[in-house]
Design a protein around this ligand. Sequence first.
Ligand SMILES: C[S@@+](CC[C@H](N)C(=O)[O-])C[C@H]1O[C@@H](n2cnc3c(N)ncnc32)[C@H](O)[C@@H]1O
Ligand SMILES: [Zn+2]
Length: 166
Amino acid sequence: MRYSNTLIVRPVRNGQGIIALKPFAPGKAICRIRGKIVTGDTVWRYFDSDPRRGDNCFRYDADHYLDPEGEIGAYANHSCHPNSGAIMAGNRLMLKAIRSIAVGDEITHDYSTLLGADDIWKMKCACGEPNCRRVVRNVSRLPAGVLAGYTALGIIPEFILATRCP
Ligand SMILES: C[S@@+](CC[C@H](N)C(=O)[O-])C[C@H]1O[C@@H](n2cnc3c(N)ncnc32)[C@H](O)[C@@H]1O
Ligand SMILES: [Zn+2]
């Protein structure tokens, strides 16, 4: 499935995933994550009617989530050694490269960077990286060194950091 001239969706290690059709240098924007902005109540209802859709939602701000159904974000897989990170550019949720990405590489980000301390969602991880955390939980459960690295890269949005206990 082709979403743009630079990205394609195809089968990867964990189902479908996003593949780069051009190289991205560190710091470069990869894509905007588009979708419908919904409340937490709506996400809870998805877990009753269509859990996959609930699983796919991105935290968008303190009170809202972004439902990427039908958009490329619905195929963004997690890695414990990601090559991209989520950033807010105004009201746009974007993925930016945090390492050099080559043509054919899968674009991954770390889901914990968009899970506030008040998010209870978790996932058994099968990223296969040597530093895999096995279970992906919210930002407050990130190892200190990983949190420091992501914070330095600017890939944990302020509204996520604000959910942590001081
Ligand atoms: C946004 S979707 C990504 C697209 C998905 N792979 C698919 O084929 O529809 C998120 C879902 O992908 C799966 N997933 C993503 N990253 C994973 C990982 N590192 N380990 C295991 N499952 C993963 C989980 O089922 C998760 O809820
Ligand atoms: Zn992992």
